[in-house]
Design a binder for this molecule. Sequence first.
Ligand SMILES: *Cc1c(COP(=O)(O)O)cnc(C)c1O
Length: 380
Amino acid sequence: MTRPFDKPIYVTRPYLPDLKAYQDGIAEIWENQWLTNNGPIHQRYTRNLEAFFGTGNLCLYTNGTLALQVALQGMGIKGEVITTPFTFVATAHCLRWNGITPVFADIDPETYTLDPAAVEAAITPRTTAILAVHVFGNPCRLDALQRIADKHRLALIYDAAHAFGVEVGGKSIGAFGDCSMFSLHATKLYHAIEGGILVFRDPGLKLTFRHLMNFGFQGETDVVMVGTNAKMTEMQALMGDLILPDLPTIIAKRKILTAAYVECLNDIPGIGIHALTTPLRQQEYTPNFAYVPVEIRAEYPLTRDGLYAKLKTDYNVYARRYFYPLVTDFECYRGKVLAGDLTVAKRVADRILTLPIYHGLDVDDVRRICEMIKECVQCG
Ligand SMILES: *Cc1c(COP(=O)(O)O)cnc(C)c1O
């Protein structure tokens, strides 16, 4: 049997910048005596992100969830919004926190993103927007969704929490739709400890998006809207700003790890790796290799849950079932939501397992994890 790892291998570990550089930044914060509310490092980070995204229509938040809540609130989205059940639960929560009814539509089996035909079938007179998710960094069917949004006069909002660094046709993925939210949570491939970014098309939204993050304050004494508190701190901005130049290195390493997974998992019956090979073969877009989702199919001797448990207990490898259960199966949504036929989403959620990937992982670790998956063929 392949030797189990001495220390647990988690699905991800945060990328940490040079400690001395972060300490120098902290010293700068001590000098500035400015911790939050658009401090000097926040301003510098904003400028660097504006250059990165190629737009000034950008706001920073303390996390991605609040960023998305602010986006929906600031754009005046109401009624029903069509979204995917195959996502992190925050996507749907943001709708509900705004008093919006989520309507769940099925996904496409190749990219795991919203199926445009299912979206169109879910439109009612109450529909005001589409909230699509670039799951695992896979771009949604951008053109098809935009055509549907235009035809039915719907807003098109992207939960791009997984998609930092992804480019389509030489443009940032944030350039598509009306608004995109990026999460900078520590578990994402690029992070600011916690954090969120909104990138949007209409410059007229900027003031609203800024007011909403700071209780609705405009100046010192005027509160012009019912805002929340969603401001990014200097410590977060410092982390994000220090890691930003390392993004190409981070993505390059992840590409190498993904290729190693493909090479070693390729010949195992019942292990579906199309979600890894597609980004590697990609010409039309620049992937970020944010996750390693594989499908555990019937030909594999263990079920997905069986393999998940075996890796954990016998080998010290903590894979994750992203995304399982479907959002529509969580207690707070089950039986209480509008949903179309979710056949594909249900099948994918029952089969999916995301394997470890992070900057500090080595190709040898990947090979060892694959050996473990191979060995489990005998243990069914
Ligand atoms: C992480 C994540 C979020 C939430 O982002 P936070 O920054 O953690 O609030 C939303 N949607 C998806 C798909 C995510 O993976």
